[in-house]
Design a binder for this molecule. Structure first.
Ligand code: PYC
Length: 312
């Protein structure tokens, strides 16, 4: 049909968290560093974001991954991640989904691949069993033991840390970390985030609550509030990187030791780190997990459709 636009995508999930990889037909963001291309995406092509991940084609949970030519020398691919409210810096589960999808297409084989992102180069290794290990961007804790006054809740203490996105990490929250408590967990973390933003950390857009896991083999379970008020079904790769930075800074996890992080739905990532700069608290995290391809599709954008560009 004339006027119909077609976008070729591959859908996958990583530990239950979906990724929609855009292979063809997405917006042309031009050339240059990915940090400037993501700005162009945000400023001029936001309707493409909502057309791809929002309802009626997607849902609040879907993370988009726009495949773009890399800028950084030595990278084979470039990617810009985005969700129901805007672009993301990095995305751990999304990178695992990206590599699994590229493997499905025969574009990568077991071995290492370098990927350019708006917040730096990451390197991923597709392993023989299909799992993917992501060497994420340098991660660090910015502030320890920040106490915020949360309306209707009281004082909440947590750490502010970077793992490719900004997180507020809370251990002492009194919340039950299970799916049956989703409404309360969402409400609690939305209010915590508002308080953290007002407290001088406007950059924080994810909140992580940690607790013990009922499963042997997992060191911790988390609940992760994403920027668009949905929870991460996966243990969150960038959030686990931020957690590793805090554990390293507190001397609670040795360099090279495994940290198995479980999500609210029981999926796991294994994290490890090596020190980059002990004095600055900077670590190089590696997050390992698995993704499965769930669909190959062509999205159709029909100009006659009042919701052609998604529900915005
Ligand atoms: O895995 O880094 C991650 C992530 C960020 C938001 C959703 N997943």
């Amino acid at each position: 049909m004339a006027g119909l636009q077609r976008i070729r995508v591959i859908d996958s999930h990583t530990g239950g968290e979906p990724t929609r990889l855009v292979l063809e037909g997405g917006p042309d963001l031009g050339a240059g560093p990915l940090a400037s291309r993501v700005k162009r995406f945000r400023d001029k092509f936001d309707a493409w974001r909502t057309a791809i991940v929002n309802e009626p084609r997607g849902s609040d949970t879907v993370v988009g991954a726009l495949l773009v030519p890399p800028h950084h020398p030595g990278c084979q691919f470039g990617v810009i991640f985005f969700n129901n409210v805007g672009p993301l810096g990095m995305c751990g589960h999304g990178t695992i989904g990206l590599v699994a999808s590229l493997a499905h297409l025969g574009k990568v084989t077991p071995g290492r691949v370098k990927i350019d992102t708006p917040v730096g180069v990451v390197e991923a290794e597709l392993q023989a069993d299909g799992s993917v290990a992501v060497d994420n961007v340098a991660s660090y804790r910015k502030a320890k033991g920040v106490v915020v006054d949360v309306a209707g809740i009281g004082h909440v203490r947590g750490d502010v840390a970077w793992g490719g996105n900004w997180f507020f990490l809370v251990e002492d929250h009194g919340q039950a970390l299970h799916l049956g408590n989703l409404g309360k967990l969402t409400n609690y973390t939305v209010h915590v985030r508002q308080a953290v933003n007002a407290h001088g950390f406007p950059e924080v857009d994810h909140v992580e609550l940690f607790g013990s896991s009922p499963h042997a083999g997992a060191h911790s379970r988390n609940f992760v509030l994403c920027p668009g008020h949905v929870y991460d079904r996966s243990p969150c790769g960038t959030g686990t990187s931020a957690k590793l930075a805090c554990l390293a800074a507190d001397g609670k996890l040795a360099e090279g030791a495994a940290w198995v992080q479980e999500s609210l739905i029981g999926s796991t990532f294994t994290g490890r780190y090596r020190w980059l700069d002990h004095a600055k608290g900077e670590i190089a995290p590696t997050i390992t997990g698995s993704a499965f391809v769930t669909g190959e599709a062509t999205l159709l954008l029909d100009p006659r459709d009042p919701f052609c560009w998604g529900i915005r």
